[in-house]
Design a protein around this ligand. Structure first.
Ligand code: BDP
Length: 597
């Protein structure tokens, strides 16, 4: 799905700002039919939960309403007019005045509606958006809603981060011509010193297409004719980890008289990704991932996208020597991937399929033990929602050179009955939609080499482990043996690349100890060092991503102190002691770990 942009033939109006806001209980049953009668205004983009000092809003389960007036620019007569939501978490319904124009399920992927028939150039309309935060056994991610005796709804979910909701990403109004670029896919290869660029442009209606490729300085380096084609870039500059060189594919759609009726520019990088034996190769060179699992999470904004945090987080990644991160546990804002493209940070792009596991959360949430895959829990309908989510993720992110792998789930119950039937079609779908990128999933601690049912379906084994934290707490010597034994078992059985996609210890900033005291800053550093000793003894190991980049908010519970504290940085991005040790190690590693003797 194309990201809206302003070009010679398209105009773009950003609708961020302050919108009228109310929960469903505070307004009439069809709030789109009138001006919302509410004293509240909510910032867009931002999750609504932490904006107001009102627990009835923070903990609200169900619909909330956002509304604003929008004027269509007067020059848009004769154009198609679209409204585009970068995300509505987790379900959105959009009304233009009294008309429903879009409905979308899935909280982290964009959707849009052609509203041309409902609006007039130069005139105002009322844009009302309902957003629902309910998670059920058939949503991705899953959860469950309970109605108490007093009628109040409460919700449980099976993932370890706060269920922030609302309009956390930008909203756009844009114009585009009736005959236009509808989609583009760019796949790149390398042939000696040349880049080989396969492109496929889809248009609305049949029209001639031509393309030009511009280098980063804006110089034309190649051209092509037709909606699909292959173009060579001689003397290509590759997109590399740490050096995110981008080209522009300028697409022009031609009218019957040969005049340009639409133009759209897709940036891309020339690079290849491949798994060979136990190596993960970028541009044919073994690549070693260093970095983090992250979250979109800041104070007050919740999951609201913020360019200041975007810049600062990438500065910190650079400072600490990290070359990559995983978009744990949902697709991040497109601005994040664009930034990673430009700055050469490698991304493992994850779906929002987190918590397909009632075994893990039994203890934490009080739900279970129930089978994770069954008609009452994750079932065919869940799988269909998961498939749709994968389609939308790949449609959105397929052209990002920074994205080198899809992670289609975090910690599913891959050790349980039904896991293979659930996952095999999803892995096949992912490969069909994108044959160019490896596919992985992050393995839960209960999924072991002798009971996991799906590892053989994937290209890379991404292991989440907490030896020394949830098990062998405070006993790093025993944890070290257990970790090494387990990792060697995976390598011996599968001969695939294996990486640590999560390892970390909760750490209270400012707590110090001369002992191996869990929660102290020293323990976090010793814990990570212990893991690194093990990684450095194992061949076939392709990366380490610490859990987590920064402290983040979770639902309340006795296992968490105002959120998860496994951050190497605090929630306001100050380094804990471990950050300095990681910096020493990762700046030394760069992109390639020295091989084991
Ligand atoms: C893993 C999850 C992650 C949690 C982490 C933890 O993948 O979302 O936050 O553990 O417990 O199970 O800190």
């Amino acid at each position: 799905m194309l990201k809206p942009q302003s070009t010679a033939t398209r105009e773009l109006v950003n609708l961020d700002g302050l919108w009228r806001f109310a929960t469903e209980s505070a307004v009439t049953s069809e709030p789109w039919n009138a001006v919302l009668d509410t004293p509240l205004e909510a910032a867009v983009p931002a999750s609504y939960n932490d904006l107001f000092v009102d627990s009835a809003i923070r903990d609200h389960v169900g619909w909330v309403w956002y509304q604003r007036q929008v004027r269509v620019p007067r020059g848009w007569a004769g154009e198609r007019v679209f409204v585009r939501f970068d995300a509505a978490t987790h379900e959105g319904r959009v009304y233009v005045d009294g008309s429903l124009v879009a409905q979308h399920v899935g909280g982290y992927t964009p959707f849009e509606a052609d509203i041309t028939e409902h609006v007039q150039a130069g005139a105002e309309f009322r844009l009302t958006v309902g957003v629902n935060n309910q998670l059920t056994n058939v949503t991705i991610p899953p959860g469950s809603v309970t109605v108490r005796q007093d009628g109040k709804k409460t919700q449980t979910y099976f993932h370890d981060f706060y269920n922030y909701a609302g309009l956390a990403r930008s909203v756009w109004l844009y114009s585009a011509p009736a005959v236009r670029v509808d989609d583009v896919t760019v796949v790149t290869g390398i042939d000696g010193g040349a880049g080989v660029v396969d492109y496929t442009v889809e248009t609305t209606g049949s029209a001639d297409v031509r393309v030009r490729i511009l280098d980063a300085a804006g110089a034309e380096v190649a051209t092509g004719e037709g909606a699909t084609g292959t173009v060579r870039i001689d003397g290509v500059t590759l997109w590399q980890p740490g050096a995110g060189y981008l080209y522009d594919l300028v697409i022009e759609v031609l009218g019957e008289d040969g005049a340009v009726v639409d133009t759209y520019t897709q940036s891309f990088g020339v690079r290849t990704v491949e798994v060979r034996g136990t190596d993960f190769l970028i541009n044919g060179e073994p690549f070693y991932f260093t970095g983090f699992g992250k979250h979109e999470d800041t104070a007050v904004r919740g999951k609201g996208h913020d360019n200041a945090y975007l810049v600062h987080d990438f500065q910190l990644l650079d400072w600490i020597g990290a070359n990559s991160f995983r978009t744990s546990h949902y697709p991040y804002a497109e601005e994040v991937l664009d930034f990673a493209d430009r700055h050469g940070i490698v991304v493992i792009d994850e779906t929002a399929a987190v918590g397909l596991n009632l075994g893990v959360q039994g203890g934490l949430s009080g739900v279970g033990p129930k089978p994770s895959f069954s008609p009452e829990t994750s079932n065919d309908e869940t799988q269909a929602a998961h498939a749709q989510h994968i389609r939308e993720l790949i449609a959105r992110d397929k052209n990002h050179p920074s994205v080198v792998m899809w992670s289609i789930a975090n910690e599913p119950a891959s050790n349980e009955e039904g896991a293979r039937e659930y996952f095999e079609p999803l892995v096949n779908l992912t490969r069909e939609l994108d044959p160019t990128r490896p596919v992985t999933y992050a393995l839960v601690m209960f999924a072991l080499v002798n009971n996991d049912k799906i590892a053989d379906l994937f290209d890379v084994l991404s292991i989440n482990r907490y030896y020394g934290w949830y098990v062998f707490t405070g006993d790093l010597a025993t944890a070290e043996q257990a970790l090494e034994g387990e990792l060697r078992g995976w390598i011996a059985k599968f001969g695939k690349p294996i990486m640590m996609s999560e390892y970390g210890a909760d750490t209270m900033q400012g707590l110090h100890s001369v002992w191996d005291t869990p929660w102290s800053e020293e323990y976090q550093a010793s814990f990570l060092e212990m893991y690194h000793r093990v990684f450095d003894r194992i061949d076939g190991f392709v990366g380490e991503q610490v859990w987590n980049f920064a402290d983040f908010q979770t639902s309340p519970g006795i296992h968490r102190i105002d959120g998860n504290k496994k951050g190497v940085f605090t929630r306001d991005r100050r380094p804990k002691a471990a950050a300095h040790a990681l910096r020493t190690r990762w700046t030394r590693i760069g992109t390639r770990k020295p091989s084991v003797d």
